[in-house]
Design a protein around this ligand. Structure first.
Ligand code: BGC
Length: 734
């Protein structure tokens, strides 16, 4: 399509006006006064186009162009070819009655071309500012690749690593996930939607999807309203406060009604309580799926129920486009609900500047804006902060004086991007072996096996025996996590255990580097090796970052944001559980008639917040400036942390509270504050936190969000299980 390419090259990109809300409202009202009901409904339909370039037989089958021409499609999702995007936009602008531009949406969640660590990995940085910067890179590359809106951030709280989508999340904690929610929204939208380097974003999956029963994808969800409000809603509230423009309704049921058709959860909680004013979109055909949930038998009822519940845009199923008009005519649904939804969608298009320049994100050659060296540096730094050192018996960093045997299926694997890899360039991704070569390390390489086959135990043992230390790179292939990738077994798959046995036979110190989308049950590996670096899936700069961490060029600073279980049987396992009437006795784990297992301790393999570096950090005595906290006042909590090692490093101090006696049982620990700071070797830093009475609020027995007066313990430490400096009692009474 040469002509189209030339046209695309000529697209002008002057700065677009930043329109005020009043200006946009006036324009939307003016436009809507000229729109027919079917045109308004058209704005509420989002589809995709499967055919690549929109000519030829596929197009004829799907009749996409004709639908666009008639104003029957308001937005597209999943398109990646800029020429297709241009062609569709041109028709919308030049050939429809009112010239309303289309909105192009895509899932770019942890990197477009330059890929960053998976979202779960990035959360282990405990560094929202770092993630904000990284996401602004993702936004710029996305914007240049024809995307107006990305279906990210994923804000589902996750407590069950069997669920494959944990890799998209910020882990198990509401406070941490809320901080990241804000970082993502600011990174994508940068408070300037009409800019050329920003995209609008969509918080998903509202809500409760992370709690699918048994970790089985798309399964039902059963949460109490208090758990929902205390834990699952806050990250969405934070995203809304930061200005997120879209919210996606989740696949699951909540209170036995699919969320996409759940009026109390959408109009009630989302629009009412959380005051969300933007656009709601269904997840992929989740509206039509309410028939499978057996709460509708026909598509007109689907349309009526979903719109009544508060759904603006229907993604991929067509009950709105085919049935809403008739439903209005029959009096089943008021046209005002369509007006409201359409107004919200058009507002977003105005905010994005699409009426000022509908082609703003469409570049003839997006490649020139991808993967520049600054972006790769940002990806490298983020990867360095995302990996988590779980164990080190003084064998790391590697140094250059010991001969290394680099072994394992992930030693030279490009499968380190993780699910939802955007437009990742696998070839540009750096493997561990490539990074070892770049660093000039003395090493021999022997793959030893693939994940599922190709085991050569003899070669693996031989390579290990020939070296002073082994770096064994194993893991989960990328396709074992992500959507529709639930697992019942969380061991390393395939023949990797056999490979492990072969390596151990050489009786050399072993550093295991584990790539995965989720926590795995790897207690045996931890026990039998001298060091474990959890690599997650770190993206484009994976190899360079891991090499820098292994050699000490960078000091590991990541900390887990999901609890690692010892066994699948312990799941769901999370740090902020409620106390029981028969508390567990860690000193006597098998004591009868206490909450425990007869075959394993209750404790996880690694707790939430855990991670090591190359320097020990020594915590001083925690101080508070008052013992009685009055409403409207704040208490200052501070602690000195000393870097007692020889490596400069960064420590994340975590502050938790435990409520002593209230109207409902409260978690044993709740993260309330955290801060990550660099501390030079031999130096101390003072970490200071401020807590006001709002920080103690929760949904109480009367379902009121309140800070009840009473005694709290304030705890500070390096992880949820190492709160050495506990118990300061505060009171909230005046
Ligand atoms: C996923 C969403 C995604 C959508 C569009 C669905 O299957 O659940 O997270 O945004 O597809 O690709």
């Amino acid at each position: 399509m040469p002509d189209m390419k030339i046209e695309m090259e000529r697209i002008r990109r002057e700065p677009l006006p930043r329109r005020t809300a009043a200006d946009i409202q006036e324009r939307v009202s003016g436009l809507m006064a000229r729109m027919t009901l079917p045109e308004k409904i058209g704005q509420m339909f989002q589809t995709t186009h499967w055919s690549g370039i929109v000519t030829g037989p596929e197009y004829d089958t799907h009749q996409t162009l004709e639908k666009v021409r008639k104003g029957k499609i308001g937005s597209f999702q999943g398109l990646t070819d800029n020429q297709v995007i241009y062609q569709l936009q041109k028709i919308a602008v030049e050939e429809t009655r009112l010239g309303i531009p289309l909105l192009f949406c895509l899932d770019i969640i942890h990197g477009c071309r330059t890929t960053f660590p998976t979202n779960l990995a990035m959360s282990c940085s405990w560094n929202p500012e770092l993630v904000r910067k990284s996401i602004s890179v993702v936004a710029a590359e996305s914007a240049h690749s024809g995307v107006n809106l990305t279906f990210s951030p994923m804000l589902d709280l996750v407590r069950d690593p069997r669920w494959g989508r944990v890799m998209e999340s910020n882990g198990e904690d509401a406070c941490l996930s809320s901080a990241f929610a804000e970082a993502y929204v600011r990174g994508y939208q940068q408070d300037n939607l009409s800019g050329y380097d920003t995209v609008a974003c969509c918080a998903k999956h509202y809500v409760g999807y992370g709690a699918v029963e048994a970790g089985r994808e798309y399964n039902a969800v059963d949460l109490s309203e208090r758990v929902l409000r205390n834990h699952y809603l806050p990250p969405f509230a934070a995203a809304i406060k930061a200005g997120v423009k879209m919210v996606m309704t989740s696949f699951n049921t909540l209170f036995d009604i699919p969320v996409t058709a759940n009026e109390p959860v959408l109009r009630g909680m989302l629009r009412g309580d959380l005051k969300f004013r933007g656009v709601t979109v269904s997840d992929y055909s989740s509206s039509a799926e309410i028939k499978c949930h057996k709460i509708a038998t026909d598509d007109e009822t689907v349309a009526v129920k979903c719109l009544k519940a508060g759904l603006d845009v229907e993604m991929m199923s067509n009950s709105y486009i085919n049935h809403l008009e008739a439903a209005v005519a029959k009096g089943r649904i008021p046209a005002t609900l369509i007006e409201e939804a359409c107004a919200r969608i058009l507002t977003l298009k105005y905010e994005l500047g699409l009426f000022d320049n509908p082609y703003k994100n469409i570049y003839a050659d997006p490649e020139q804006n991808f993967q520049n060296s600054k972006y790769r540096v940002q990806a490298f730094e983020t990867a360095c902060e995302s990996a988590v050192l779980l164990k080190n018996d003084a064998v790391l960093p590697l140094g250059t004086d010991r001969k290394i045997a680099l072994i394992g299926p992930f030693s030279d694997s490009k499968d380190v991007i993780g699910a939802w890899g955007g437009k990742a360039d696998w070839n540009a991704t750096v493997t561990l072996k490539e990074a070892f070569e770049d660093a000039g390390l003395p090493f021999i390489h022997e793959r030893g096996s693939n994940v599922y086959d190709g085991l050569d135990a003899t070669a693996a043992t031989r390579a290990a025996a020939a070296a002073d230390i082994v770096v064994l790179a194993v893991g989960e292939p990328g396709n074992l996590s992500g959507e529709a990738a639930s697992r019942t077994c969380l061991d390393l798959p395939g023949v990797q255990n056999e490979l492990f046995t072969a390596v151990l036979a050489a009786k050399k110190p072993v550093v295991v580097v584990i790539f995965s989308g989720r926590p795995l049950t790897i207690g045996d590996w931890i026990e039998k090796t001298q060091a474990t670096l959890w690599a997650w899936q770190l993206g484009t700069e994976s190899g360079h970052a891991l090499c820098a961490l292994l050699t000490g060029a960078r000091n590991p600073s990541g900390k887990l944001t999901m609890t690692f279980p010892r066994s699948v049987g312990q799941i769901p396992l999370y740090y902020n559980f409620l106390p029981t009437g028969r508390p567990y006795m860690p000193e006597n784990p098998t004591e009868m008639f206490r909450t425990h297992y007869v075959d394993l301790p209750n404790e996880p393999l690694f707790p939430f917040g855990f991670g090591r570096g190359y320097s020990p950090f020594v915590y001083g005595a925690m101080k508070t400036d008052k013992e009685i906290l009055k409403p409207g006042d704040a208490v200052t909590v501070s602690v000195d942390v000393f870097n007692a090692g020889t490596y400069d490093g960064a420590e994340t101090v975590q502050l938790y509270i435990e409520a002593e006696c209230f109207s409902v049982a409260r978690p044993v620990n709740e993260l309330k504050k955290f801060a990550k700071r660099k501390i030079k070797a031999g130096h101390s830093e003072t970490f200071t936190f401020s807590l006001d009475s709002d920080d103690f609020a929760f949904w109480n027995a009367d379902m009121v969000f309140i800070s009840e007066p009473g005694r709290y313990q304030i705890k500070v430490g390096p992880s949820s299980a190492e709160l050495q400096m506990t118990v300061i009692v505060l009171s909230l009474t005046t």
